[in-house]
Design a protein around this ligand. Structure first.
Ligand code: TMP
Length: 219
């Protein structure tokens, strides 16, 4: 489709991926690149509504297939409205979560299995896959503790995005191991950062990985 470069950030809630996405966007812009950032679910008018619906803990029961379909509805909108046009203009697109999240959370966490998720990806997204995926996968307990602290903060700010984070540990164990499986299967696309190094150390590491990949592709 494009001559842009598509990078996704993946990981558990509380893995630090959103912070790293912002830092990378800042550094790429500072060196003169055109950068588009977005997130899933969300980023479009429709997507923000899907996000509110799916993440609010007042939404009590969502059938796993309905959850998966809504994630892909958001993704379809995001691709058409944001990602495809930005890539076509040659931008570097940084997206906070993409189909790997659906495979990890709905495929693994909810037990739908990878095949169903990948089939839906083909139907909705065609062959659009990231050029590079940065998977931040520090220790499960550290991520969960961080996510819980963030929730307490959010509750006092009136923004309830806790439906997933209220899930039990076993759910997150399945998400975690599905992420590991994706990384093992797709070694060229997915780079895993598994240690819990300070934010600035990870930031530098990510900058280096991105530069290497972009150079490699422009050869
Ligand atoms: P985040 O934007 O704060 O990372 O939160 C999004 C939540 O939605 C997170 O708990 C993971 C979940 N999610 C899925 O379950 N499936 C998906 O396909 C996506 C994009 C997100």
């Amino acid at each position: 489709m494009s001559r842009g470069f598509f990078i996704t950030f993946e990981g558990l809630d509380g893995s630090g991926k959103s912070t790293q996405l912002k830092l990378l966007a800042r550094s790429l812009r500072a060196s003169g690149h055109a950068v588009t950032t977005t997130r899933q679910p969300g980023g479009t008018e429709l997507g923000d509504q899907v996000r509110a619906l799916l993440l609010n803990s007042k939404t009590r029961y969502v059938a796993p297939l309905a959850e998966m379909a809504l994630m892909f509805a958001d993704r379809a909108q995001s691709i058409q409205q944001i990602i495809a046009p930005a890539l076509a203009q040659g931008h570097i697109v940084l997206c906070d979560r993409f189909t790997d999240s659906t495979e990890a959370y709905q495929g693994g966490g909810r037990g739908l299995g990878s095949e169903r998720v990948l089939a839906m990806h083909r139907a909705v997204c065609g062959d659009l896959w990231p050029d590079l995926t940065l998977l931040l996968l520090p220790d499960l307990d550290a991520s969960l503790a961080r996510a819980r602290r963030r929730n307490v903060r959010q509750q006092t700010q009136d923004a309830d995005e806790n439906r997933f984070e209220a899930e039990e540990r076993a759910f997150y164990e399945r998400v975690y191991s599905q992420y590991r499986e994706i990384a093992a299967r797709d070694v060229l696309r997915v780079v895993t950062i598994a240690d819990d190094a300070p934010v600035d150390v990870i930031e530098k590491r990510i900058e280096k990985i991105v530069e290497e990949r972009r150079l490699l592709r422009s050869r």
